[in-house]
Design a protein around this ligand. Sequence first.
Ligand code: GTB
Length: 220
Amino acid sequence: MIPTITAFERSPDGGKGLARDTRVRWALEEVGQPYEVRLVSFRAMKEPAHLALHPFGQIPTYEEGDLALFETGAIVFHIAEHRAGLLPDDANARARAITWMFAALSTVEPPILELGNARVLEGDKPWNKERLPLVAERVRNRLKQLSARLGDADWLDGAFSAGDLMMASVLLRLRMSGILDEYPNLCAYVARGEARPAYKRAFDAQHAVFTGKPPAGEKK
Ligand code: GTB
């Protein structure tokens, strides 16, 4: 059964791969699973048909037969559980890879999102000048810890896994802030993720929504 995901009809990032459908596309590409995409407008996301799939009216969603999922963590985990290529066979290594997925989403991503909100949504608030450096410092604390753990390894725990896919996706969101550049091993880690053929295919597919040109090799 070919799964269908949803993505922005018009992403505010103009196809830079920052919207969260990219990580789901990347996971599907890593395991070699073809997929279809239904593009949704901001208005359609808040209408009953989409809310039945996603209670918070967001993208991405994932439909496969009778199954409908939301939340990128759950979607990528489902893909990784049911197809080979994103989680190790060894039970302990698998549990550690899953731990890194949770770490990406619940420990590293929140301060990064908070920084984005402080920059974009709260930029005009009178208290923003004081708050912004505090929020940026929280991000730096996490990156310092992550950088120390990664050291000079290629990936967080042995071979590339769903944990790395999620962590690199979360860190990518930070690149434009310049903060990632302060941690050369994390920059190289993200670049290794982006260099994976599966990531490139995922990026090209989401970018094609904006250019109108199908990615190389894909018929439209
Ligand atoms: N926790 C959920 C998950 O991981 O799936 C979060 C899903 C989510 O935030 N979805 C966003 C959304 O649908 C799109 S990805 N927002 C619309 C809404 O809430 O009404 C977040 C996002 C949006 C835009 C950019 N950008 O332009 O750079 C980057 C990331």
